[in-house]
Ligand binder design. Structure first.
Ligand code: FES
Length: 320
């Protein structure tokens, strides 16, 4: 669908917020906290951005985009080529980072631009009268998106800012914060790899099903490999169940790349295991899941074919 970029505002150093509205001024499709949209950018790029406004709002979507000058180019296109009044194509919201609204209390942790889905969660938790605390880590105050809003109103007593000046020594004291799991508490966090890893390490003793996260940014791309996602070594075979066709997947190619070379159409977007567009059911095989979004339950019969693989030498049967 198409939306109008109604407003662009600078909300922190190198971070712009974009407000997107329907061209006819009508409501947009509803979304839940944690959802993201695809944005089709100039030059054919498609990127995913979390919606960060209150999910109760139907008249607009809001995204916040950090200008990553060394990134893959999506944020530069948004910062340099998209202007107020432009029409852009987006997908309907999709959600792989679903907020369980039935918990007794919530602990939210955001790092850097990972604030975007976490802010939507905080907005939603306030709307439903839930008990939550949020930690927001940034290098410095001027790099903290939505700082004014998150320091005032109903957020003021809920949000704890932590500035680390980019130094690991000043990192948020996760050990203390996560030391005890209070029964009924759910943990949601989003941020860069380092923060995700540190939180997971410190929350290992939390009960199964209470820890939820979304990585901000695509996985690291391995040097010398094709495609956006890195792939594990080892070749294997894929069988298309509807036709019986067998496609060999060499060590240096993803399933998507090999299928396309064999004339099989595959829909993709991020090609990095973070959006879910390429999610495919498999009927048999030993999958080496490399994605960042599927739950353990999903992984029993679903695979993201842009990044995940099968055991070297084995056969994976896809339900396509
Ligand atoms: S294309 Fe985005 S997860 Fe595969």
């Amino acid at each position: 669908m198409h939306v109008i970029v109604n407003q662009i505002s600078r909300i922190a150093q190198d971070i712009n917020a974009l407000e997107l509205v329907h061209p006819a001024g009508i409501d947009l499709p509803a979304f839940q906290a944690g959802a993201h949209i695809d944005i089709h950018l100039p030059d054919g790029y498609i990127r995913q951005y979390s919606l960060c406004n209150n999910p109760d709002e139907r008249h607009r979507y809001q995204i916040a985009v950090l200008h990553e000058r060394t990134g893959r180019g999506g944020s530069t296109r948004i910062h340099e080529k998209i202007q107020e009044g432009d029409t852009v194509e987006i997908s309907e919201p999709r959600n792989h980072f679903i907020l369980d609204e039935g918990a007794d209390r919530y602990l939210l942790i955001a790092g850097g631009i990972g604030i975007t889905p976490i802010k939507a969660m905080a907005e939603r938790l306030h709307s439903i009268g839930a008990n939550y605390t949020m930690y927001y880590c940034a290098q410095r105050p001027e790099r903290a998106a939505f700082r004014e809003k998150l320091s005032s109103g109903h957020f003021r007593d809920r949000v704890v800012f932590h500035y680390d000046e980019g130094s690991r020594e000043n990192q948020l004291d996760l050990q203390s914060i996560l030391k005890q799991h209070q029964p009924g508490t759910q943990l949601y966090f989003c941020g860069p790899h380092g923060l995700i890893k540190a939180i997971n390490e410190n929350a290992q003793h939390w009960p199964k099903g209470t820890v939820h996260y979304e990585l901000f940014g695509a996985p690291t791309v391995s040097q010398g490999m094709t495609g956006a996602a890195s792939v594990a070594a080892g070749s294997f075979s894929v069988q298309i169940s509807s036709t019986g066709q067998i496609v060999e997947i060499p060590a240096h190619q993803s399933i998507v790349e090999s299928l396309r070379s064999a004339g099989v159409e595959c829909e993709t977007s991020c090609e990095a295991g973070v959006c879910g567009t390429c999610q495919t059911r498999y009927l048999s095989g030993e999958v080496d899941h490399q994605d960042l979004i599927l739950s353990e339950a999903d992984r029993q019969d679903q695979i993201l074919i842009c990044c995940s693989r099968a055991k070297p030498g084995s056969m994976l049967v896809l339900d396509i």
